[in-house]
Design a protein around this ligand. Structure first.
Ligand code: UDP
Ligand code: MG
Length: 320
């Protein structure tokens, strides 16, 4: 991938939902950091349908500081949607998302940038010393991180940390749904991005309330299934469905053969044997899966062609 320009323009992207007490102190901290860094940048706040004074406070800030941009959602669409809107409207060569509740520390931004400039495309923040409750956050999160690492084959300690740094080109093609913002590094890695981790500071939430409960973990795990499926088989779904279907059909064939053998040579009535049910079930399932695979193949073609998506990512072109 191309080198970053000397002083890349930064886009700091901050989704927030009812964080009225945190916006101003966060803004002060970020401006201070940008000033010391001597970097140009924009700070994009996405008000994810707040019902408190968040939007009013943001509006007042825009009047004061031109670097601030605000997107207000009509209702609460969730942090992932807010992040993807922020990324879409951002202009920076480098995109740095962070939480709006002061739990991430803007003082980590220079470190993340320095690491990115070493030649990485994604620098993932790792809240090594996380200041959150054990039972509802730290334990579920360490299990989730382990599972995500194993399944996506992209090993990171802290997928859930919002504070990360991305080169724009590594993430601009990624579309996000559900709780999927945490999978951005995995998607980017699948497309060939170079990824590293950096420990970042984490602070306890002092003002406002956390917006999540334990149910988030289950949503993340379900999303993981989708991500894995999309990542491994989205261009060739027949390989997975067809593979499964073939195994079922083979099983059905074996159990059917045994059934016929028993009838012909051992005098067992077919209806007496549980194998009859098994054979019928396996053969039906096998055909169903094959057909499902063919349907999925059709869907994939519609998907790629209607969006003009390509099943590959080019690194460089020479003389074309
Ligand atoms: N957030 C959001 N929309 C939501 C929920 C949360 O924009 O529907 C924002 C929230 O304001 C905060 C960030 O996402 O800036 C992380 O949320 P929170 O601090 O509640 O998560 P936790 O740190 O407890 O995991
Ligand atoms: Mg938080």
């Amino acid at each position: 991938m191309a080198l970053l320009s000397k002083k890349p323009y930064l886009s700091i992207v901050i989704p927030l939902y009812n964080e009225e007490e945190n916006i101003l102190p966060l803004y002060e901290e970020i401006s201070h950091v940008l000033k010391n860094l001597r970097r140009e940048g924009e700070i994009i706040f996405i008000d994810d349908g707040s019902t408190d004074k968040s939007f009013q406070i943001l509006k007042n800030l825009v009047a004061k500081d031109k670097r601030i941009k605000v997107i207000q959602f009509k209702r609460n669409f969730g942090q992932t949607a807010a992040l993807s809107a922020g990324i879409e409207f951002s202009k920076g060569e480098v995109v740095i998302p962070m939480d709006g509740d002061l739990q991430n520390d803007p003082n980590d931004i220079p470190k993340l940038l320095a690491k990115l400039e070493e030649g990485y495309d994604v620098v993932s923040g790792w809240r090594k010393n996380r200041k959150d409750p054990y039972l509802t956050r730290k334990i579920p999160s360490s299990i989730a991180n382990w599972l995500i690492s194993v399944i996506t084959k992209v090993k990171l300690h802290d997928y859930g940390c919002t504070l990360k740094a991305y080169r724009r080109e590594a993430i601009e093609r990624i579309r996000l749904y559900g709780e999927m913002h945490r999978f951005i590094p995995a998607y980017a890695a699948w497309e060939g991005a170079r990824i590293t981790e950096l420990t970042v500071n984490h602070r306890p939430r002092i003002r406002g309330k956390s917006k999540y409960g334990i149910t988030r973990t289950f949503k993340v795990l379900l999303d993981l299934i989708t991500v894995k499926f999309l990542g491994s088989f989205s261009t060739k779904p027949l390989y997975i469905f067809g593979g499964g279907g073939a195994i079922f059909l083979l099983g059905g064939f074996v159990s059917g053969s045994v059934l016929i053998y028993l009838k012909l040579f051992k005098g067992v009535y077919m209806i007496q044997s549980p194998l009859l049910h098994l054979t019928a079930l396996l053969i039906t399932l096998g055909f169903q899966m094959l057909l499902m695979g063919l349907l999925a193949e059709l869907l994939v073609r519609v998907y790629y062609e209607s969006l003009d998506k390509k099943p590959f990512v080019i690194k460089e072109k020479i003389n074309i």
